[in-house]
Design a protein around this ligand. Sequence first.
Ligand code: BES
Ligand code: MN
Ligand code: ZN
Length: 512
Amino acid sequence: MRTEISYAPIAGISTELLAVLAVDTQTAKGPDAKPQPTLLTTDAAVEAAAAGVLGTGEYKAGANETVLIHAPEGLKAKRLLIVGLGKLTKATVHGVREAAGTAVRFAKPRGIRELALALPSSEGLLDAMVPHAVVARAAVEGALVGDFDADTYRSERKDQSIQTLTVAAAADADRPATEAGVREGVIVGESQNFARSLVNEPGNKLTPTILGQRAALMAQEVGLGWDVYSTEMLHQLKMGAFWSVAQGSAEPPALIVLRYEPEGVTDGPVLGLVGKGITFDTGGISIKPSDNMEKMKYDMAGGAAMMGAMRAIALLKPRVRVIAIVCAAENMPSGTAQKPGDVQTAMPLAPDKPGKTIEIINTDAEGRLVLADGITYARQLGATHLIDAATLTAAISVALGKTTAGVFSNDDSTYAKFEAALAVSGERFWRLPLGEEYAELIKSEIGDIKNTGGRFGGASTAAEFLHTFAEDTPWIHLDIAGVAWVEESRPHIAKGPSGIAVRSILEWVRSY
Ligand code: BES
Ligand code: MN
Ligand code: ZN
């Protein structure tokens, strides 16, 4: 998708489809309070073209609600699409992001390859204080995210992607800021889609080795430092927890390291990003039921999120050092697989220190095992602050459902920065507790800790397991198991990989 910016009056834009946003400005409540759809444009010709349909009452400007007007009178555009943001009070920059995706997904199946999107001009109608550039960025992100479809292996696949998006800004908009916003939106949207394209790949097409190759290729393209190691390095580093998962598979593991070292930045924090990269999770000897097991190809979504974030970081160039570790392996049952009851020794923080011992209760709790060594490795490489992302537990979807992801942290000021990042990213995360009472549940009789803590509080015991390895290093854990896969297509996003966490991790990094 190419992006262009136009500062011309929107009535004069020649396009297949002009998308304009609307809100419901009705503030009264009660049975007589009819919706009042109001366009977020001051263009008189557009207002006139839409007046008829807006007057009928059939269109309410609900969130992502659309109405199409063919051959709108007085406009150069062939079609006028009105996209709702919902109630005025809910009309935020995140609503604009979704609405842009909705416009794109409206166009795609109708053979429309080019569209223009009018940025809302009436600032007062959006969250106060949001600069124009942020709105432009969000709109472009949403359009790119909306353009993604997961049907890559259909042999009769028709490419329906949008070729050109024209961002229509007001004539008096701050042009450098608008251009910067659009440029950022392209980088962020493409990076999120990069992560989604990895998550979408099936286990046979994306083994740990291939994920490592994809990481190396991306790193070369955007100028990141990189290393991809395998079995031998796991043994050298004494990554007994990571290896215990990898040992059951014929596919060798990949320990992926990506480095962003901006010139002239030699002190200050080093941010460590750690991602779970299980390219397929059968459960191992504690094998999963067959129903829905095919979904377990997305068990590397945390690792993909880190790769997507690193891509965006390399292109947006924040003034902070960042290192990403993706622990990629396949969790398989076999004659070489680990067994329940096995005791594994995790990587030691320093070569002369002992590693923590882990009693394996359930081989399906493998994510925390690979992350344990990934976290220790990031600390050994000098990370002063950590963030990990993982499709870690089914329990997180029991707690928060399929739309909100979980976040845990051992440090309130580090968490505060993440919360601030959410305001920019628009992603939904909810903080859940860590604590001694959860640590109690994963104490082992035979060793230091065990890898499951029973049925209750499963997301918190998993997080507390990771906390054992992060120790006092300020750390954030993202459990994205419930939201990494969109189960049903929505107006603004296709069914399939969501690309969750790329934007929030990026913003968190940029806040340093
Ligand atoms: N990859 C799964 C978690 C998962 C479940 C992700 C559903 C996405 C959708 C993880 O490795 C796992 O199997 N977790 C177990 C842990 C349990 C054995 C303690 C779980 O949540 O059931
Ligand atoms: Mn598992
Ligand atoms: Zn898993």
